[in-house]
Design a protein around this ligand. Structure first.
Ligand code: SF4
Length: 122
């Protein structure tokens, strides 16, 4: 079993479903379906526990359901398409990204260069 736990005050669920909202669930589906994690794969499942102020909700994904596996594979293929096609590997955040708020800004050359341009100092 793989369990992902999230806390939120929102009742919002992405229109594309749980795997689009939390792509790590799609990855977990494929890892379990492929037997990568070991153990008894036939008894395995993916769980999402969402903790809200008014209680908890538990969702389950069956890694042996062919439609779930197909959706997981299609979603991950879509999400990694740009990365897989990239041959330059230049860090290039989308416009509007504030590099100053990024956790790795301190050692990211691109981020430091961007903020130097904007602020006049790194
Ligand atoms: S600091 Fe670097 S890693 Fe962070 S958003 Fe900017 S370019 Fe990306």
């Amino acid at each position: 079993m793989v369990r992902e736990t999230k806390t939120t005050a929102s009742t919002y669920t992405h229109a594309g479903g749980l795997m689009r909202q939390y792509p790590q669930l799609a990855l977990a589906v494929l890892l379990v379906e492929g037997g990568v994690l070991g153990g008894d794969a036939l008894r395995s499942r993916i769980e999402l526990e969402v903790l809200r102020p008014d209680g908890a909700r538990l969702e389950e994904l069956d890694p042996h359901d062919s439609r779930t596996v197909d959706r997981a594979r299609a979603l991950l293929r879509e999400l990694v398409a740009d990365w897989a096609a990239d041959r330059g590997y230049q860090a290039a955040p989308s416009s509007g990204t504030d590099c100053r708020a990024c956790d790795v800004h301190g050692w990211c050359a691109t981020g430091r260069e961007r903020t130097k341009t904007v602020d006049g100092a790194a």
